[in-house]
Design a protein. Structure first.
Length: 192
């Protein structure tokens, strides 16, 4: 894949300390950056878990990744949007950061906002694989759909439930529910 374009900033780090230092100085940026890190075996390897933890500590989030060259990879990191949901894995990381005294005031502020606006618990039902009533009804109306749904891997169900929940408009949600139920009836495991 190509390097970032002329309008996309990139920052290269060789350690978790370098990333933390960069976030401490730049966490208030409006936009994100491509974080360049080294692959395993190339020296200066920074595990993805460390990247995610440092982002959370400063109220940032990771999203897409892509290769840069044989030795390096890039991860797009940016300030967390106020309404974005918090996964159970990220909540566990936050608890660990808080217990270790590693949470920065910017990260604590993002968490306080998430708790106040409901985005902190937005994904709880998704994480617990709670089938919403509209999807449950659609599955029940299609022969074999419920049985297939219940046999799907957790990751497929979670991804589908998050996709349905993320719909902004009622008609979009209905289309997604219908699509998910049709796919379940056909035994199609769509990875969203």
């Amino acid at each position: 894949m190509a390097a970032p374009g002329p309008t996309e900033a990139s920052v290269e780090v060789k350690s978790r300390a370098e990333l933390r230092d960069w976030l401490a100085r730049n966490h208030a940026l409006d936009g994100g950056i491509w974080l360049v890190s080294y692959k395993k075996g190339a020296g200066h390897y920074l595990p993805m878990g460390d990247i995610v933890a440092e982002c959370l500590a400063f109220g940032w989030v990771d999203s897409r990744s892509r290769g840069l060259d044989a030795r390096r990879t890039m991860h797009y990191i940016s300030p967390r949007k106020p309404g974005s949901g918090w996964s159970a894995a990220n909540k566990r990381l936050v608890a660990r950061l808080e217990a270790d005294g590693q949470m920065h005031v910017a990260g604590a502020s993002a968490i306080a906002l998430a708790k106040a606006n409901g985005s902190w618990s937005l994904l709880d039902d998704v994480e617990n694989l709670v089938v919403p009533p509209d999807l449950g009804k659609a599955l029940a109306e299609r022969p074999g759909a419920t049985e297939n749904w219940e046999s799907f891997p957790r990751s497929i169900c979670r991804g589908t439930l998050a996709w349905i929940q993320a719909a902004k408009r009622p008609d979009t949600r209905q289309r997604r529910v219908t699509s998910a139920a049709d796919e379940a009836a056909a035994g199609i495991r769509t990875n969203r």
